[in-house]
Design a protein around this ligand. Structure first.
Ligand code: NAP
Length: 307
């Protein structure tokens, strides 16, 4: 199936282009970007021209930051195209609901991707937790923003999410692996005095069966980077490390890695399934938690962020 990539920036070049190239399901038939392109692939600078001149391309994958994404997404759906969205699926929940309704009306496939859910050991962690009683879960997601988001001014602007840009990845895993629901009970957001979005956050969640669930996100981590989820249960402690690539039970490596290597190849495999069978996969739970952290969060102004 032919697919077009829109927004040829960091994640498009790092992950989407190689995943499509390696996929038996997809052919990268065009790109849309104001400045980027992929060698050997027809390049457009605006989406409308692509939608008009390439009716043979039935699927669009959007790799733009969240704020400009909605207009592109709606245009693609209204032109009858299947649509794959980088995370988060929109700048607001209302945008996501509007896209869902539009895709339902148009009969097009719609996929809100959560790449971290496709990490190797997430499925194994979900299976292990399914019959355990959870007493405590702690998310620790600490990384160096200068290393992972160099020059990305949009993450500090309204709708850019700040530290929730990686934090939402952790929440996409937590909402996938926990058998019971959580919601935000309280949050603290540290916002640099020259920015609109937080550089660090702490959240306490309410859990349906009363487990203690909390998260700490921090973008000021130098040296070793930490993407870890620890779940303490009545039958031992599960630790997901390296963003879900490694699973330990009581300190010992455990579980079978998911088949097919890599997060983005699995996303494109799932998109192929959605297009072939028709359907909408728009799980908004990670985004709801982030939106609620912004709604309930106590703001602390912290020192200016200078890259
Ligand atoms: P990026 O490189 O800063 O931006 C992606 C592309 O979006 C840019 O190259 C730009 O293309 C286009 N763009 C930016 N602002 C725009 C605007 N106002 N209007 C139209 N186009 C605009 O960002 P990224 O890191 O790839 O992230 C994109 C999305 O992927 C985000 O939602 C992010 O959360 C997600 N993501 C990123 C990573 C990562 O490690 N970076 C990992 C997973 C997911 P042109 O200027 O050429 O048009």
């Amino acid at each position: 199936m032919k697919i077009a990539l829109v927004g040829i920036g960091k994640i498009a070049l790092d992950q989407h282009v190689p995943a499509i190239a390696a996929s038996p399901d997809w052919e990268l038939a065009a790109t849309v970007s104001r400045s980027g392109r992929v060698d050997g692939v027809e390049a457009f600078t605006d989406l409308e021209t692509l939608l008009e001149t390439r009716p043979d391309i039935r699927t669009i994958s959007l790799c733009l930051p969240p704020v400009p994404r909605f207009a592109y997404a709606m245009a693609a759906i209204k032109a009858g195209r299947h649509l794959m969205l980088e995370k988060p699926p929109g700048a607001t929940l209302a945008e996501c609901h509007a896209l869902t309704e539009a895709a339902r009306a148009a009969g097009t496939a719609l996929y809100a991707t959560w790449h971290s859910r496709q990490a190797d050991m997430v499925a194994a962690a979900k299976a292990w937790l399914a019959d355990k009683h959870l007493s405590r879960l702690i998310v620790t997601w600490k990384e160096d923003v200068c290393r992972w988001h160099p020059g990305q001014a949009w993450i500090w602007e309204p709708g850019g999410l700040g530290v929730f840009d990686p934090g939402i990845n952790a929440l996409s895993i937590v909402t996938e692996i926990l058998p019971e629901a959580i919601h935000v009970a309280e949050a603290t957001l540290e916002v640099p005095e020259n920015c609109q979005t937080p550089i660090a956050a702490r959240i306490r969640f309410a859990h349906a069966s009363g487990a203690e669930v909390s998260a700490v996100f921090d973008w000021r981590q130098e040296g070793d980077q930490t993407w870890e989820i620890e779940a303490v249960t009545d039958q031992g402690t599960l630790t997901l490390k390296d963003g879900g690539a490694v699973m330990l039970i009581d300190g010992t490596a455990s579980g079978q890695a998911a088949p097919l290597a890599g997060e983005y190849p699995r996303l494109y495999q799932q998109m192929a399934r959605l297009v072939e069978q028709g359907g909408i996969d728009m799980d908004l739970r990670p985004m709801t938690l982030v939106a609620d952290a912004f709604t309930l969060g106590r703001r602390i102004t912290t020192e200016a962020f200078i890259e």
